[in-house]
Design a protein around this ligand. Structure first.
Ligand SMILES: Cc1cc2nc3c(=O)[nH]c(=O)nc-3n(C[C@H](O)[C@H](O)[C@H](O)COP(=O)(O)OP(=O)(O)OC[C@H]3O[C@@H](n4cnc5c(N)ncnc54)[C@H](O)[C@@H]3O)c2cc1C
Ligand code: SF4
Ligand code: SF4
Length: 1021
């Protein structure tokens, strides 16, 4: 029998392990504390430092790693996306990451309806490859963009549509897996099994036969039970049989085993036809209890999903301008009080008409239940899609609560029979209020698994409250004959509840199974068998001993430095949260490791991970490294500056400051701003390079260069004479493979008429028809592409606007010595070089100049997204106070301004038809601030333009990033991921891109000219 393996006393020779892995495999081996720290957490409250991290490249690497670890007595922990919520992916082990290289489909059999895959393939990627065949793998977990099939099988995951398709255990046909001996065994149909799989199957069968009465008495009879091992495969207790023909499949023993029995090599999965049609009925309830009570009746109509959204979430969505309209499509009367709950009832099938009958049946049912007129019918697919998105976003808003109290997942997937759902939720709500907390309820009403997370502060009294709530919740689960672990697995959080759920005999049998598979107990020890207490603080990510180092950040993070009220969720005043790092640490700690940044969808986050698939190039990897550095958990040589250390440099190296995480991370982790902090600290430590200075001071010297006769032409020779470019690469690290922006003698400022655009705020505000605007002439558009400024002026003037272009010549105040440039500047180039003080001085001047215009509600228009959005973003955390807020409210891109004027009927743009289609590429910052839609709206005003948005992440240029010799290859890969191929596919299209560096990347990569939107609008006037 296994002796509990005390991980804290585990003595392993890490150096020997690493040496052998390097010698005997081709995989990546990591033993430094930062790399291990990035694999120390999953989406749970736990943390455990791995012994080492291994990223294998071949199956032989995995086999060798398992063998080496066994010989050295090192535990092994297989890992997919690391999105588990219960700590099953954390452990003092050799953590082996399958997600980078094991992503292949091995066999697709359309006739027999199965697919065989490697364990690291992500569900969405599998499904997108199956779509062309009209098939899908229907275990649709919410983390479908990150969850790997290996991890889903490891956890016996379940999707929103499990009522129709079942859980993983119902949809896995076979697993080939390495055993602790290193041998590969085939787990599939028991009757046909042989070798080690058969022996293990026979052993489990004997155990199960002996324990038949125990199994029947203790296994909950609900669909959603994922605790322990599936000892019931010979006598299934689930509502839904594990196999359709009643046969026994030994692979089901491994499903839900959390990496504790065997290491999956490949998985054979049962596919389902993609539903051709879907309709949605949304039932509005004035009482939460009634909603819960109705679920048991609704499921009898045969829906594919019944999902709950409660009032808190509806209100959150209604208060968010992006979601308000969509959520209100689900309400019977959006002028009336918000319903206490809505149930999203989905029906799907091959034909549309029968589904409409189902909706009618739902309406009739609700009338019979005393709620006539309570159903909003939604047969339209696009409306349905939007509503599902809002349901997901609601959870994200809830998770973005600032302060140390966080919604904690530990009883969030208890499953109870539907007839008891109303009483269970009522009783648990009472338990929360008893412990001074509150829960927001959502998710899978169809199968009695509602997600709910009370807000707990794990650094203070959270552990005690967690224990108390868990005890009471478990008593309720027992009372209602439910399953304590109904979706997310056991891990560290629910392991101790296995014996509570199943009783001593079955618990003992689980230990025997573990021993039969893994006699030395080296596969993911401490999970399922011999688990620790859920509240052993030594396993916590934020134990009471967690301490942040005192630090003065360069930016103002006080908005994060708050605490919250667990019941009202109100936060204290900015700056009062007690963070020794003045809010920076709390901003970093907002990352809850949900892994959403590992996605590859049509949005942007995270461009560097999309190229390298390395955890260190992921927003999560960066946030974790920062958290560990700020809490002094890394072994560092450069301890004087944890923030500016080499460990942080390594993770920030490929962050292109695209600001995508600011918008797309569910909790709003803003890594672009954190990179500014890093750069500021790092450059203070190591000093600025020549390249930093060249980039940072560009706005200051651009005017001088362009004004010296012949100098622009001489400098431009670099683009034509290879050895000069090579020399520059050698001296400054600017890649010789890149062309540089072309210097001009004739710039916007050198033209006489540029002085004509000078108006005071009063003059603009007193313009009779109120049409006064400020147009920013940024360095790039003024000195390198003045045609864009001229085009913008042409459009604005044609539309009747009086335009003021800021220039220091008309300000009374003399430019300060620190900035000494004649033109205003947003300070972006200083930020890129980590010169925050310089940026503050420069941007401060601009804000001072603009504030009087903003105070008179005069729109402030910019052309270059990275410059303009500095006014909406960084300017707000530089200590400028109210004047920056006022300016930020008026700052907008040209297309945002024009589109809103068109919408409000103030502008009627008459544009000529285009002779070719238009492709639009959004700048990352433009996407981050939701400013792509206005551009598309404007382009649609051009007859025959048929504008198409290129679904691209970052272009890879990202300011100076793509010019840097050490980043040129990654930069090109980012561009080739989708942007450049999409442009090449449309050789005759206009390509429109607002970012100067995006246009440069497009020109370098496709030899096509991309234009600013101002130019296409001006051309079509
Ligand atoms: C916001 C959020 C929403 C979620 N929604 C859902 C949901 O709707 N439904 C649901 O069921 N879960 C959900 N989860 C939990 C989690 O995402 C799923 O369990 C997911 O399937 C885990 O996949 P992964 O690749 O991240 O696995 P990991 O967390 O990496 O691993 C999971 C387990 O599988 C084991 N494992 C991984 N690879 C192998 C292998 N090759 N061989 C043997 N064992 C292996 C690991 O050791 C671990 O024990 C959610 C989590 C979050 C954060
Ligand atoms: S950075 Fe954001 S998206 Fe990524 S894991 Fe953390 S919270 Fe999730
Ligand atoms: S700013 Fe962009 S590159 Fe950097 S972490 Fe965020 S998404 Fe990734």
């Amino acid at each position: 029998m296994n002796k509990p393996l005390d991980l804290r006393e585990l003595m392993v020779d890490q150096a020997e392990l690493a040496k052998r892995l390097r010698q005997e495999t081709s995989g990546e081996v990591m033993t430094d504390s930062a790399s291990r720290g990035r694999y120390a957490t999953d989406a749970s409250i736990y943390q455990a430092m791995p012994v080492a991290v291994f990223v294998p490249k071949t199956t032989q690497d995995i086999a060798n790693a398992i063998r080496i670890a066994a010989e050295l007595g090192v535990p092994v922990l297989p890992r997919g996306g690391g999105t588990s919520q219960c700590g099953q992916t954390t452990g003092a082990a050799l953590v082996i990451d399958n997600s980078k290289y094991f992503r292949n489909v091995l066999d697709l059999n359309l006739d027999k309806g199965y697919v065989e895959v490697e364990p690291g393939i992500v569900l969405d990627h599998l499904n997108s490859s199956l779509k062309q065949h009209g098939l899908w793998y229907p275990v649709d977990v919410s983390t479908s963009g990150q969850a790997t099939i290996g991890g889903m099988a490891g956890n016996n995951s379940c999707g929103s549509r499990s009522i129709a398709y079942g859980n993983m255990v119902h949809n896995v046909l076979g697993i080939d897996a390495w055993l602790a001996t290193g041998e590969v065994a085939q787990f599939a149909n028991y009757a046909n099994s042989s070798g080690a799989a058969k022996q293990l199957g026979d052993f489990v069968k004997d155990l199960a036969t002996t324990l038949t009465p125990e199994i029947e008495a203790h296994f909950p009879k609900v669909l959603r039970r994922v605790a322990g091992y599936n000892l019931d495969i010979f006598n299934p207790q689930s509502e839904l049989p594990y196999t359709q023909d009643g046969s026994v499949n030994l692979a089901h023993l491994l499903v839900g085993s959390e990496g504790t029995l065997a290491y999956f090599k490949s998985l054979k999965l049962k596919l389902a036809p993609l539903p051709q049609h879907k309709v949605l009925g949304i039932v509005n309830f004035a009482s939460f209890y009634k909603a819960m009570d109705s679920a048991q009746h609704i499921v009898k109509l045969g829906p594919t999903a019944v999902e709950l959204v409660d009032r808190t979430m509806i209100d959150l969505a209604r208060s968010n301008p992006s979601f308000k309209k969509t959520i209100e499509t689900s309400l019977i009367d959006h002028t009336a009080q918000t319903p206490e709950a809505i149930l999203l009832v989905e029906f799907s099938g091959e034909a549309h008409a029968p589904l409409l009958d189902k909706l009618k049946a739902l309406q009739e049912l609700m009338s019979d239940l005393g709620l006539p007129g309570s159903v909003v019918t939604m047969p339209d697919a696009s409306l349905q899609k939007n509503l599902w998105e809002v349901r997901k976003a609601g959870l994200n808003i809830m998770m973005s609560l600032k302060g140390d109290g966080k919604p904690v997942s530990f009883i969030e997937d208890c499953a109870v029979p539907l007839e008891s759902l109303a009483d269970y939720t009522q009783a648990l709500t009472d338990v929360f209020s008893k412990y001074g907390s509150r829960g927001t309820w959502y998710a899978h009403a169809s199968v009695g698994t509602l997600h709910v997370r009370p807000i707990l502060d794990m650094r203070r009294d959270g552990a005690q409250k967690m224990r108390a709530v868990a005890e009471e919740a478990s008593a309720l689960v027992r009372k209602y004959k439910g399953a304590y672990s109904g979706e997310h697995g056991d891990g560290l959080c629910r392991g101790e509840w296995i014996s509570w759920q199943f009783g001593p005999k079955i618990t003992e049998a689980l230990a025997e199974i573990k021993h039969a598979f893994d006699p030395k107990g080296l596969f993911n020890p401490g999970k399922i068998v011999n688990p620790p207490k859920m509240d052993d603080s030594i396993n916590f990510r934020f134990p009471p001993s967690y301490k942040v180092i005192p630090l003065q950040p360069a930016l103002d993070w006080s908005a994060w430095n708050v605490q919250n009220d667990p019941v009202t969720e109100e936060t204290t005043a900015p700056g009062t949260g007690g963070d020794p790092a003045m809010g920076l640490a709390k901003a970093v700690e907002m990352c809850n490791n949900n892994g959403h940044c590992r996605k590859f969808d049509a949005e942007v986050m995270c461009p560097s991970y999309r190229v390298t698939r390395d955890e260190k190039h992921l927003t999560r990897g960066r946030a974790n490294t920062l958290r560990l550095a700020l809490s002094n958990q890394l072994d560092m040589k450069d301890e004087s500056s944890p923030l500016g250390s080499d460990a942080i440099k390594e993770v920030m190296e490929l962050c292109v400051s695209c600001k995508a995480c600011r918008r797309e991370c569910p909790t709003g982790v803003d890594m672009a701003k954190m990179k500014i902090e890093f750069l500021s600290a790092y450059k203070k430590r190591v000093g600025h390079s020549l390249r930093d200075l060249a980039v940072a001071y560009l706005p200051q010297y651009a005017g001088t260069i362009s004004s010296i006769p012949l100098l622009p032409a001489i400098l431009n020779l670099r683009n034509h004479i290879g050895p000069i470019a090579k020399l520059q690469e050698w001296i400054m690290g600017i890649s010789a493979q890149r062309s540089l922006p072309i210097w001009k003698s004739k710039t916007f400022w050198s033209q006489k008429e540029s002085n004509a655009y000078q108006y005071t705020p009063e003059q603009l505000a007193s313009n009779a028809d109120g049409k006064g605007v400020v147009l920013l002439a940024d360095t790039f558009n003024a000195y390198f592409e003045d045609e864009n400024l001229q085009a913008a002026l042409k459009v604005l003037k044609a539309a009747g606007y009086r335009v003021h272009i800021p220039h220091k010549s008309q300000t009374k105040k003399v430019a300060s010595e620190s900035t000494c440039s004649k033109e205003f500047c947003c300070g972006r180039t200083y930020l890129a070089a980590g010169m925050v003080d310089k940026a503050k001085a420069t941007l401060g001047e601009l804000v001072d100049h603009l504030a009087p215009y903003a105070d008179k509600n005069i729109p402030i228009i910019g052309l270059e997204p990275s410059c303009l959005f500095t006014l909406r973003d960084e300017a707000l955390v530089m200590g400028f106070g109210e004047r920056a807020v006022s300016v930020s409210k008026q700052a907008q891109l040209l297309e945002e301004f024009l589109a809103s004027e068109v919408k409000s009927g103030k502008l009627n743009l008459q544009l000529k038809a285009s002779d070719k289609p238009v492709l639009f590429h959004g700048h990352c910052h433009q996407k981050s601030f939701a400013a792509v839609t206005p551009a598309m709206e404007l382009l649609k005003l051009i007859p025959n333009a048929e504008p198409k948005l290129i679904e691209s992440s970052c272009c890879g240029m990202a300011g100076s990033f793509g010019y840097e010799a050490e980043h040129i290859e990654v930069s090109k890969q980012m561009a080739e991921a989708s942007l450049l191929p999409s442009i090449r596919k449309s050789p005759n299209a206009w390509v429109v891109a607002d970012g100067t560096s995006c246009r440069h990347q497009i020109a370098d990569g496709t030899q096509r000219e991309a234009v600013h939107i101002a130019r296409i609008l001006a051309a079509q006037l």
